[in-house]
Design a protein around this ligand. Structure first.
Ligand code: AOF
Ligand code: ZN
Length: 333
């Protein structure tokens, strides 16, 4: 059976996945050019000011692009920015059909890419494997529609939800596999945010030394000692919604927040967390004197309790990773 449109879009999605964390403020887009004889050439967005995905794939395909079908996860751009319009590149290469995963809400594009292709006589369809594309580009779409980064809050605790013993000692709660997984998350995001308290207590480097990839930009809420390992970093202050506006304006699309308990509480209670990734170790501090995951006032009655949607549960070595996203409010079912 010949490969379907969906199969080719999956190849474009896989290609985009490999550049995640390296393209901000641009989206991580993937493209597959499928020639008339079935040969497939892929490409993904380069770090700015590099080439867009379509141009990378077209250059790989070279003459084979004539009469081909292009599969692009995101609507091709039609504006002159850091690079020329991808719509022009697709037309000039002689692409006959363009299959788009989802439309680009960026005000510079927003339907104009598809319109430009159609008016040049190219057949365009939108929505192939769109569920997977929306999942992959979720943080980008969030950024372009709200102006703020998509916020992932990472938490690590014992199974009874504690993060340190009463004397403050906490090394190591989760194991090697979970720590490597956190480094993978760091490599895939654009920036990390922590509170100054976490810098003072843990002195984290917030780098990706356990995996291959680029170190994210580092932001700290509050002031940072001159010899802290987190340097170089940017110190921020002010109300959290404004902090997120500032990060969004800085081009941070995908933000990872790694603590501490006060920052976790303040972001959560303001409804500013888009995804929770919770690592739980098979340990019990077994007392109410150990440090909690959140510091500050919580829900005052059961009808105020936050209830999320369970997205995924994964075992990592001895630990588990639980991913939640906001659902509806209310503790009672
Ligand atoms: C595409 N393919 O691979 C990407 C696109 O400043 P520029 O010229 O690099 O343009 C950035 C905008 O282009 C970005 O805001 C988004 O709308 C789109 N990104 N478009 O056709 C790509 N990365
Ligand atoms: Zn483009």
């Amino acid at each position: 059976m010949p490969a379907s449109d969906r199969d080719h879009m999956l190849a474009a999605i896989a290609s985009a996945d490999r550049v995640r964390g390296s393209t901000a403020p641009n989206p991580w887009v993937g493209c597959a050019i499928v020639a008339a004889d079935g040969a497939r050439f892929t490409g993904a967005t380069e770090p700015p000011p590099g080439r867009h995905a379509e141009v990378v794939a077209l250059e790989a395909a070279s003459g084979a692009a004539r009469g081909s079908t292009a599969y692009v996860t995101l609507e091709p751009c039609s504006h002159h920015g850091r690079t020329g319009p991808c719509t022009d590149a697709l037309m000039a290469a002689g692409v006959e059909r363009v299959v788009v995963g989802t439309l680009d809400p960026d005000e510079k594009v927003n339907g104009r890419g598809v319109a430009a292709l159609r008016s040049a006589g190219i057949e365009v369809s939108v929505g192939t494997a769109e569920d997977l594309v929306l999942d992959q580009l979720g943080p980008y779409l969030h950024h372009r529609t709200t102006g703020r980064p998509f916020v992932t809050l990472k938490l690590a605790a014992s199974i009874d939800g504690r993060t340190a013993a009463p004397d403050g000692s906490s090394r190591w709660i989760t194991g090697e596999a979970a720590r490597t997984d956190v480094h993978r998350m760091r490599a895939r995001c654009d920036a990390i945010l922590v509170g100054a308290g976490t810098v003072r207590v843990d002195d984290p480097a917030l780098d990706v030394r356990h995996v291959e990839g680029t170190n994210p930009r580092r932001y700290v809420l509050g002031s940072v000692p001159s010899d802290a390992r987190v340097r170089p970093c940017t110190e921020l202050s002010g109300p959290l919604p404004e902090v997120l506006d500032r990060l969004g304006a800085d081009g941070v699309i995908d933000l990872l927040v790694e603590g501490g308990a006060r920052v976790a509480h303040d972001l959560h209670s303001a409804g500013l967390v888009d995804r929770y990734v919770v690592y739980l170790a098979p340990m019990l501090f077994a007392g109410d004197d150990a440090h909690p995951m959140f510091v500050g006032a919580g829900a005052s009655n059961i009808s105020q309790v936050w209830r999320g949607r369970l997205v995924e549960v994964t075992t990592l070595g001895e630990d588990i990773r639980v991913t939640l996203e906001p659902g509806r409010r209310g503790g009672a079912r």
